[in-house]
Design a binder for this molecule. Structure first.
Ligand code: ADP
Ligand code: ADP
Length: 228
């Protein structure tokens, strides 16, 4: 009881490739969990299953007591929009919009008026120390600035879960550490749980707990201790 998001015995194959082979995972509200493991071990697939982007062949994902696969596509989309935030390795900002418009976008999509959405967006950009680039387009800012804009966008609508897939993967170590400091500070302030996929132990060091994925099998050590 108490877990926010739980995955049980997930299996997923792509053709003859087994991406997940009996993966277990659980995260509590406000917890920051690093999903570690070598390239190709199934980390991203696990994240995509947890977020309802990929449907596992077997196994279940429960979010606040609801099974994701039992929801309609519309319900899952609403969940992704309302309760989940996403940050990927490359910011994936909308190139035609300014940075502040990018950050405001999740609020605009839920019907918040432009003025209020952009005011809130600026607050988040200040918190992530990128308010100075608010009127620039993503193509005109550095990689580290772009990631901080992406994090502001992911958190602006106060998600309960932030999914971060190698959020510092394209940054040098100094920028990467600063991005992780700001990301974890902001997540703690908003009490968002963070599923942090990384293969770097210095990034995982910012988490409360580490889960190791090997050959599609996630070993959720805290989850096992809790079940015993
Ligand atoms: P990681 O994130 O640990 O690098 P992934 O979850 O991306 O691992 O991939 C696990 C395995 O599944 C890899 O062999 C990968 O090539 C394969 N895989 C992942 N997604 C797909 C896909 N959409 N189509 C085909 N193979 C995939
Ligand atoms: P990561 O290193 O973060 O796992 P990848 O570059 O492996 O990212 O994968 C990026 C995207 O491509 C993911 O959505 C993943 O599911 C998909 N993917 C990964 N491997 C394959 C593959 N062999 N064939 C098709 N899609 C893949």
């Amino acid at each position: 009881a108490g877990a926010l998001l739980t995955a049980t015995a997930l299996r997923k194959t792509y053709g003859s490739t087994s991406a997940l082979d009996g993966a277990h995972f659980s995260i509590n509200p406000g917890e920051i969990v690093a999903v570690m493991g070598p390239s190709g071990s199934g980390k991203s697939t696990l994240l995509h299953c947890l977020a309802g982007i990929v449907t596992p062949d077997e196994g279940t994902v429960h979010y606040r007591g609801h099974e994701l696969s039992a929801m309609s596509d519309a319900e899952r989309s609403a969940l992704r929009r309302g309760d989940f935030g996403f940050v990927f390795q490359f910011g994936q900002l909308v190139p035609e919009l300014t940075c502040v418009e990018n950050v405001a976008l999740p609020l605009r999509l839920t019907g918040v008026d432009r003025r209020s959405a952009e005011a809130k967006a600026v607050e988040w950009m200040e918190r992530l120390e990128v308010d100075t680039v608010r009127h620039k387009r993503p193509g005109q800012v550095s990689g580290g600035q772009g990631q901080r804009v992406a994090i502001a966008r992911a958190l602006v609508a106060s998600p309960r879960v932030l999914f971060a897939d190698e959020p510092t993967g394209a940054l040098d170590s100094l920028n990467g550490e600063r991005v992780m400091e700001l990301l974890t500070e902001a997540a703690r302030e908003t009490r968002a749980a963070v599923v942090l996929v990384t293969h770097e132990s210095r990034v995982a060091a910012y988490s409360d707990r580490e889960v190791v994925v090997r050959d599609g099998k996630a070993r959720d050590l805290a989850g096992m201790a809790g079940a015993a």
